[in-house]
Design a protein around this ligand. Structure first.
Ligand code: SAH
Length: 250
């Protein structure tokens, strides 16, 4: 069996119990060494083979996984955060399916969740925003025009921007089409790692505030009033509100 496992955002204990157990029992581990902490490898068995996919291309990764599976070995393909986001797993899955090889996907804690945790904020505040946009700016991978950052900015929803810390000026330019200059922004570098760093700022100041911090990759850009604004308290815990579990007070 081949298991795509979400390693979580950094902190080695932010992996699921299921993911950790699969690592412990794996015969072969292929990990995305550019973003997955090698501390996860402390949990593999003595005889397990380890490959760092940062130095391999797709065909090499597939060859390792397929050969291992054919010799009856259990493989863990360890991806950063949650594998469903910018994980490049689909091309691997489709190749395995065409070979008739069984696989499973174990979700992980994404860096967008870890970044929100780091700043101590909830994305979905009543009266502020009930929507989170997970996106990126185009880099070597293009983004469809209808999903460009300035188009998405029109919603003024809570936003978590991946893979774009190296283009902060362009991010600000795009967002400024719709978000007011005082809109709060937090740049969270390496959320949940020991060297995590947070820069809290606003749309108009973030470019200068981030200067000299050395944050051009491995960061989440969180944007929106959810970071710092008054909101309505939830209905769910309102003492006057009746739910399926609790009768509201008169
Ligand atoms: N699947 C991953 C994302 C992989 S793309 C996930 O769910 O998080 C890589 C991008 O994710 C980085 O450029 C950065 O924007 C973000 N990222 C990954 N780990 C991060 C972390 N610990 N802190 C902040 N951003 C992180």
């Amino acid at each position: 069996m081949i298991s795509f496992v979400g390693a979580g955002p950094g902190d080695v204990d932010l992996i699921t119990v299921k993911g950790r157990t699969l690592i412990e029992e794996a015969d072969v581990v292929v990990y995305a060494g550019s973003l997955v902490d090698s501390a996860h490898l402390a949990f593999i068995g003595e005889d397990a083979e380890v490959y760092n996919s940062a130095t391999m291309h797709l065909e090499e990764v597939l060859a390792v996984m397929i050969e291992a599976d054919r010799s009856g070995k259990d493989v863990v393909r360890l991806h950063t955060g949650d594998p469903s986001l910018y994980g490049a797993i689909q091309e691997q899955i489709d190749a395995l399916e065409s070979e008739g090889i069984a696989y499973q996907i174990i979700p992980g804690v994404s860096s967008f969740s870890a970044a929100a945790a780091a700043v101590g904020r909830e994305f979905t505040l009543p009266g502020v925003s009930q929507t989170v946009i997970l996106t990126r700016r185009a880099g070597r991978t293009p983004v469809p025009e209808r999903e460009s950052l300035d188009a998405l900015a029109a919603h003024r929803a809570s936003m978590s921007i991946f893979l774009s810390a190296g283009q902060i000026e362009a991010v600000v330019r795009d967002l400024s089409r719709a978000y007011p200059p005082k809109t709060p922004i937090a740049v969270v570098y390496k959320a949940s790692w020991d060297d995590e760093k947070i820069v809290r700022s606003t749309l108009e100041d973030v470019v200068s505030d981030i200067e000299g911090e050395g944050i051009d990759r491995h960061a989440q850009i969180l944007v929106g009033d959810f970071l710092d604004s008054p909101y309505e308290k939830s209905k769910l815990y309102d003492k006057h509100f009746t739910t399926g579990y609790r009768k509201g007070l008169k």
